[in-house]
Design a protein around this ligand. Structure first.
Ligand code: NAD
Length: 440
């Protein structure tokens, strides 16, 4: 089994992490992107986004001499034996379907230069059937034609835990069309497999589906407990206690059963929508029709959080000062794609509130997309003179806020805990009116 040289095409959250970790694990890796600035920053040792542990590993990988970056597809084709496609697949404007422009463009650009036997491995999250379509495309345009094969290796990493999820994932999935492709993938993950990480080898379509099926399941679990929160709100019951009681059942388990503001980010929302769109195309839309409801429940949590803030502001937020704690779609990330936090902050601003945001990592991203909002230097700074404080992303430093210290700077001691992250008793004891979705 010869050790393959790897290229990683698309060096965003997924690709940069994959490229850096693979180099640290001992592979020769070339990272490729069309974004020259991103490539220059990575080559200079700077990770262009927030991910714990990754900057240190980038330094280590660059020092090893095994990791380089380029914008040249010709260089990539010349260098690599296994090419990982890690470009974005965002939601199309005006449709639920995935935008495949970047996948098609990157595979086309690479294939044009493939003059010898190589494996192209999709990692991006794509509609089922993409690998089969790309196989035909690559065979048509690559000079090496039938020598080039496609495989799919969906990625399950979580932002905030991206390094550990890449170095030691729960499982690997290899979608392959031949024994040769499987052997190449086993070689490309040899140090990961050597740790005993389970691998499921399957066909291309199943591998593509594993990813959207997993994300649909996770989204369903989150929206399930949030649906229970809606019922709790109508009955005076407490969804936190309900969730804890459910979690003791080992068939259910407590992970992803945390009520609150719901899911966002660059994956779950667009993945379940793209899955619905693809299922419709395939004539099996009904089978995943429930995902529409999952999406709807999730969106209602954002509206309900705005309602709670409005209630605490005395029925109208116009002219009221609101401190929004959090902007990233989840803690330990600076990713603000479809972030519930900024959705809520933006809505409150449109309703006339003076919103001041603070986030430990996502300030620059948030300012770029929401220049209309005000920004604080810290949680306490954002809360200065606030009539209502709303916690929107459950960063550890927000959990650790001293209710008395925050009470000393606000105008009104009212807090909405959008993530069930705080201890209600401690906040109430410090004189706060504490409200959370689904809790009395
Ligand atoms: N971010 C995650 O946590 C995560 C986890 C699992 C799967 N995924 C999936 O991985 C894919 C990438 O997600 P991401 O979050 O890294 O996106 P991203 O937007 O952070 O990165 C995409 C990168 O691709 C580059 N790119 C675009 N067109 C290109 C081209 N033609 N050639 C080369 N590079 C090109 C962009 O410049 C960008 O750097 C998506 O399909 C996503 O659903 C992401």
């Amino acid at each position: 089994m010869t050790t393959p040289r790897l290229t990683v095409i698309g060096t965003g959250y997924l690709g940069a992490t994959h490229a850096i970790c693979m180099a640290v694990l001992g592979f020769e890796v070339l990272g490729v992107d069309v974004d020259e600035q991103k490539i220059a920053r990575l080559a200079a040792g700077e990770v262009p986004f927030f991910e714990p542990g990754l900057p240190e590993l980038l330094t280590k990988a660059l020092e090893s001499g095994r990791l380089r970056f380029t914008t040249s597809f010709a260089e990539a084709a010349e260098f690599g034996d296994v090419h990982f496609i890690c470009v974005g697949t965002p939601q199309q404007k005006g449709s639920h379907a995935a935008d495949m422009t970047y996948v098609d463009a990157s595979v086309t650009a690479l294939a044009r230069h493939l003059t010898r036997k190589a494996l192209v491995v999709g990692k991006s999250t794509v509609p089922v059937g993409t690998a089969a379509r790309l196989t035909a495309l690559v065979k048509e345009i690559a000079p090496a034609a039938d020598e080039v094969e496609l495989a799919w290796n969906p990625e399950f990493l979580r932002e905030g835990f991206a390094v550990e999820d890449t170095m030691k994932p729960d499982r690997l999935v290899f979608g392959v069309a031949s024994g040769w492709a499987e052997e190449r993938l086993r070689a490309a993950f040899e140090p990961v497999l050597a740790q005993g990480v389970p691998v499921k080898v399957t066909d291309l379509a199943t591998a593509e589906l594993v990813k959207v099926a997993a994300n649909s399941f996770l989204a369903t679990k989150i929206s399930y407990i949030n649906a229970m929160a809606e019922v709790c709100e109508a009955t005076g019951a407490d969804v936190s206690d309900l969730a804890e009681a459910l979690a003791f059942d080992t068939r259910i388990g407590g992970r992803f059963l945390r009520p609150g503001l719901g899911f966002g980010g660059g994956c779950l929302p667009k993945d379940i929508r793209a899955f619905m769109a693809r299922a419709e195309e395939l004539g099996v839309g009904q089978a995943v029709g429930f995902l529409r409801e999952i999406d709807g429940i999730n969106q209602r949590r954002r509206a309900r959080t705005v309602d709670l803030v409005t209630e605490l502001a005395g029925g109208d937020v116009a002219g009221k000062k609101v401190a929004a704690l959090g902007a990233a779609f989840k803690p330990d990330s600076d990713d603000i794609r479809d972030a519930p936090a900024l959705d809520v902050a933006g809505t409150l601003h449109r309703m006339g509130a003076e919103v001041t945001v603070f986030d430990p990592a996502a300030m620059e991203n948030a300012k770029r997309v929401h220049p209309e909002l005000a920004y604080g230097e810290s949680a306490l700074d954002a809360a200065r003179d606030a009539d209502v404080v709303v916690l929107l992303t459950e960063w550890t430093e927000f959990r650790a806020i001293d209710p008395a210290a925050m009470a000393a700077v606000v105008a009104g001691k009212s807090i909405v805990d959008g993530r069930h992250a705080l201890d209600p008793a401690a906040w109430r004891a410090a004189g706060w009116e504490y409200r959370a979705l689904g809790r009395p």
